[in-house]
Design a protein around this ligand. Structure first.
Ligand code: CA
Length: 729
């Protein structure tokens, strides 16, 4: 008996030491915390865990689980849900290891749950300075955590990379990856490769010089850094990128200094999302962002390709040393980032197995790239009606551009598809090896580019977007029919793209834009949430819709799936937020009446939990203050609104359901209150910092005069403009 007890104790001790957990009720042996290492992430395991954001190093977001499949997916219902702390965009893919779920939320917070019951285990708040929110181009989102040998890693809006103990949520170390005075923000997922945590950041619009940094996973000590644009002073950085920037990249930037050019801005090239490890070739791929300013004429005097903007760059993960690159959009001038998710696969081409990389960036073309050589093998449109290029020359790897797209050269307004929001943004895409299809959450959002019309639009400013173009083009004219037409044209599509044919095998039209990411399984399924508050499943091979669950709020994120005690679950987040609602605003989105509910929802077969009823919202009663100011005041206010306010508070000051609708704000009625917010910064704790650095008190009050006119216009026309007269929430 004593001997037996001893054995039990030894087994228990072993369990604690290895973190291994034998699953007595289920068919799977769930690997524990300590088992999640480079070997495990090569495959992602048997599907019991969803141990990293893209499932495994290949980032196919494909699970081998089949318990939920095309035959029974209609029986999915809610197993449990948890409301999240902030009504801002929720973009994370839930990570699940050994029955525990780790989710990052707005303001870089991390929450841990029992993945079967939803019981909260711990939470971590990095206490980000909320004033930083004004530097977050695309909302204070976070796209997820990394898990490695019992640690959880998260990047923060204020530029820290933090290691947490996965069992307790206690901070193990924190590394400051960004100068606190810089414009950068971290929203992307850290990746862990060979005991190094790699992280980039975003913020090119504000002025930044992109880089990624690798830190020791145990200590947080920096191992290497790679810059994506040349040093503005022409000096070495003492970084892994020094050699390639000196021998190659610098020649692709204008040598002639120009006011507001890349030397002042840093050039952009931030790596804010895709960082993907190729375990077969031991290479790390970076998806590099757009230039700053956007306007290539201002940024680089209209000269050169500007490496490594809008490129996929391959590095050696041990040292950060350059291996190869492919630039998707040379001389980028449209915010066409290459930061979008990257998928690694092996494809049969001409009877041979070819190691390929799949990429569907903002510019609308689907790229297949040879991972060994970096050669682009094919580039085919994954949306219709691309205006900036006819296609690609496969010999040179360069786009065949439409000259009209170079607004910086023509000096004319250029109506574009895709827009700066892209034909595909950060939303995860997935790949199913059984169908050979890539499931892309594609966007149809037209846009307009215009060179700066007034000095106010060209000059670099310490706050707000610096695009070197006219942001006025983001405003919609006050024509109800025009606005309705624009709304109807802003849509989404789920594209099941076949890289072997360069065409979609099947597509699903979505009435609204900014739908969720996709996830696919061996159960012949593709999952996608929509902006219209639905969570859907389709047959992966045919596209037949098999599930359409009402989840009340929009879905931006990608789902994950996992198994606990023999039962398969599907998890995802709901919310509105992110770049689209902020930039497009209430009037521009078909989904504008869908509520913004930040929530984690977990489904299982036969799940019976009901979501709480939506609160009743009484119709808004318009009571705008009297108009004031001269026509010149209002015009000046409009210009400054477009430059500094529009990207957060919406075109035409029409609220977006995420940040306050200024037309309905009490502050517009009182000059003193308005000044205290806009000039004195009393709401900086909410992310609304002082704009005194760029606006005089008089200019701020002109903005108020403009917003008051917008409130009067809203009183007259909102019902028709927003459709159904439903108030923004
Ligand atoms: Ca950008």
């Amino acid at each position: 008996m004593i001997k037996k007890l001893g054995l039990v104790a030894a087994a228990a001790a072993l369990m604690v030491m290895t973190g291994s957990c034998q699953n007595k009720d289920g068919p799977t042996d769930v690997p524990g915390f300590a088992a999640i290492d480079g070997e495990y992430l090569k495959t992602g395991g048997d599907g019991s865990n969803w141990a990293m954001t893209g499932f495994s190093y290949n980032e196919q977001r494909h699970s081998p689980l089949t318990q939920i499949n095309a035959d029974n997916v209609k029986d999915l219902g809610i197993a449990w849900f948890a409301d999240l702390p902030d009504a801002r965009g929720q973009e994370a893919t839930p990570v699940v290891v050994d029955g525990k779920m780790f989710v990052s939320t707005a303001w870089s917070k991390v929450l841990a749950f029992d993945a079967k019951t939803g019981k909260p285990l711990w939470s971590f708040d990095p206490e980000v300075d909320k004033a930083r929110g004004v530097k977050a181009c695309c909302d204070v989102v976070n796209r997820g955590v990394a898990f490695w040998k019992g640690s959880v890693f998260v990047g923060t809006i204020d530029g820290r990379l933090i290691s947490l103990d996965a069992s307790t949520g206690k901070q193990l170390w924190s590394a400051q990856t960004l100068d606190p005075k810089s414009n950068g923000t971290i929203t992307g997922v850290p990746r862990v490769v060979k005991d190094k945590v790699v992280i980039g950041f975003g913020g090119a619009e504000f002025g930044a010089r992109g880089y990624v940094t690798a830190y020791d996973a145990d200590t947080g000590k920096q191992v290497w850094r790679f810059y994506t644009t040349p040093n503005p002073k022409g000096e070495p950085d003492g970084a892994a990128s020094d050699e390639i920037l000196k021998t190659s990249a610098i020649k692709t930037w204008s040598a002639k200094p120009k006011k507001g050019d890349w030397r002042e801005s840093g050039g952009g090239g931030t790596v804010w999302d895709a960082i993907v490890y190729d375990a077969e070739l031991d290479q790390l791929y970076l998806g590099v962002g757009n230039g700053n300013p956007w306007n290539h004429g201002v940024r680089s005097n209209g000269e050169g390709d500007n490496l490594f903007l809008s490129s996929i760059v391959a590095l050696k993960p041990d040292t950060g040393e350059y291996v190869w690159h492919y630039q998707e959009t040379p001389a980028e001038s449209w915010d066409y980032t290459a930061t979008q998710p990257i998928i690694l696969a092996t494809e049969k081409r001409d009877g041979k197995d070819v190691k390929v990389l799949y990429h569907a960036p903002k510019n609308g073309f689907f790229f297949t790239i040879d991972r060994v050589s970096g050669k682009m093998l094919s580039a085919d449109p994954f949306i219709d009606g691309i205006t900036w290029a006819k296609g690609y020359d496969l010999k040179t790897g360069r786009p065949i551009e439409n000259p009209e797209a170079r607004y910086e050269k023509t000096g004319k307004l250029y109506l574009a598809n895709p827009s700066p929001l892209g034909a595909h943004n950060w939303h995860p895409m997935s790949y199913n090896p059984a169908t050979g299809l890539v499931y892309i959450p594609a966007l149809y959002i037209g846009g307009a580019y215009m060179p700066p019309a007034a000095p106010n639009e060209q000059e670099r400013k310490p706050l707000g977007f610096n695009t070197g173009g006219a942001m006025a083009t983001a405003d919609l004219p006050d024509d109800v029919n025009f606005v309705k037409a624009v709304k109807a044209a802003i849509t989404g599509k789920l594209v099941a793209f076949d890289p072997r044919t360069g065409k979609a095998k099947w597509t699903v039209d979505h009435p609204a834009s900014w739908n969720g990411g996709t996830m696919t399984t061996a159960g012949n399924l593709v999952f996608q949430g929509t902006a219209m508050g639905e969570f859907r499943a389709y047959a992966a091979d045919s596209g037949k819709q098999l599930l359409n669950l009402n989840v009340q709020s929009g879905v931006l994120s990608g789902a994950s799936t996992y198994m606990v005690d023999g039962e398969q679950y599907v998890a995802f987040l709901t919310s509105k937020g992110g770049a689209f609602p902020l930039v497009i605003g209430y009037a521009g989105a078909t989904s504008s009446a869908i509520p913004n509910i930040p929530r984690l929802i977990v489904l299982k077969l036969g799940g019976k939990v009901a979501l709480p009823a939506l609160p009743e919202t009484p119709p808004y009663v318009w009571d705008p203050p009297a108009k004031f100011g001269t026509a010149a005041d209002i015009a000046a206010g409009q210009s400054n609104f477009q430059r500094y306010c529009l990207v957060c508070h919406g075109p035409g000051a029409v609220g977006n359901g995420v940040l306050p609708d200024l037309r309905k704000s009490a502050a517009i009625a009182d000059a003193g209150t308005w000044k205290s917010v806009v000039i004195d910064g009393v709401l900086k704790g909410n992310g609304m910092v002082s704009f005194a650095a760029v606006l005089t008190p008089k200019e701020a009050d002109q903005v108020r005069a403009y917003v008051v006119t917008r409130a009067h216009y809203g009183k007259e026309h909102d019902a028709a403009l927003v459709g159904g007269g439903k108030p923004a929430r």
